[in-house]
Design a protein around this ligand. Structure first.
Ligand code: ADP
Length: 236
């Protein structure tokens, strides 16, 4: 499903990542030297207690927060030293983002929401719409194309948000607590979709508190106090 890189080669490489927040009382060392490689085709869950740095790591990789130190490479492209414009292009090309609360545009249809990142990346209107429709079809959501997000269930909204994150064929799909706002049926729908797109080759890195989501992933990486504590071997 994603355009690059070849299965087994690194989709995401993070080395020596450090991030300290200047909190009012004392600095918070949210990331204390993270090394992580996610290969193309992997489905990895980032687990660990609340406050262990999971969201910070995802946000730094996604470019929503700057790191203090360390390197990030996406599909072999190192991000350090790039101009802001080039960095934005590389991230648009390689990263798809899914949030806990969907972040869909409520006055746009599901189809328009999914087409939006393709338009932003420079596709023409009809090409963007065709890609969005094709993706919704492949994800079993075509019958929801004309719906506005408020008319959809939580699980359906999150599946539309996942389609939106996939429309530019990102190297890696990053998801921050994607089932955190869903009931058990919605969670099952989203996990089924993650497993399906991963079987089609989509690399996924998901931050989660949920044992169910962690169990659906093929590898778990646990954070504790800003450090990776115990990488659990991949399921063969
Ligand atoms: P997790 O996702 O594992 O719950 P976070 O990455 O959200 O952990 O947070 C890691 C640590 O950084 C926590 O101690 C949290 O309070 C702190 N933190 C996160 N964001 C900020 C911020 N914007 N300002 C100050 N401290 C923050």
């Amino acid at each position: 499903m994603s355009g690059s890189p070849a299965a087994g080669s690194p989709a995401l490489e993070v080395h020596g990542l450090r991030k300290t927040y200047d909190a009012r009382s004392a600095p918070v060392r949210a990331l204390r030297g993270i090394d992580l490689v996610v290969d193309a085709g992997e489905f990895v869950a980032l687990t660990g207690p609340s406050g262990s740095g999971k969201s910070t790591l995802l946000h730094v990789v996604a470019g929503l927060e700057p790191a203090d130190e360390g390197t990030i490479a996406l599909a072999g492209t190192a991000l350090d030293g790039l101009s802001a414009a080039r960095l934005a292009r590389v991230r648009r090309r390689h990263v798809g983002l899914v949030f806990q609360f969907f972040n869909l545009v409520d006055h746009m249809t599901a189809l328009e929401n999914v087409a939006l990142p393709a338009l932003i990346a420079g596709a023409g209107a009809s090409a963007a719409t065709d890609r969005a429709r094709d993706l919704l079809d492949r994800l079993g959501l075509l019958d929801k194309s004309a719906e506005l997000p408020p008319a959809l269930s939580g699980g359906q909204r999150q599946r539309v948000a996942i389609a939106r994150a996939l429309v530019n064929q990102p190297t890696v799909l990053l998801a921050d607590e994607p089932t955190g706002a869903l009931d058990s049926a919605g969670t099952a729908d989203v996990l089924e979709l993650f497993s399906r797109i991963n079987e089609l080759g989509q690399t996924i890195l998901v931050v989660t508190h949920s044992p169910e989501v962690a169990a659906a992933a093929r590898r778990q990486v646990q954070l504790h106090d800003g450090c990776i504590v115990e990488p659990v071997p991949a399921v063969p």
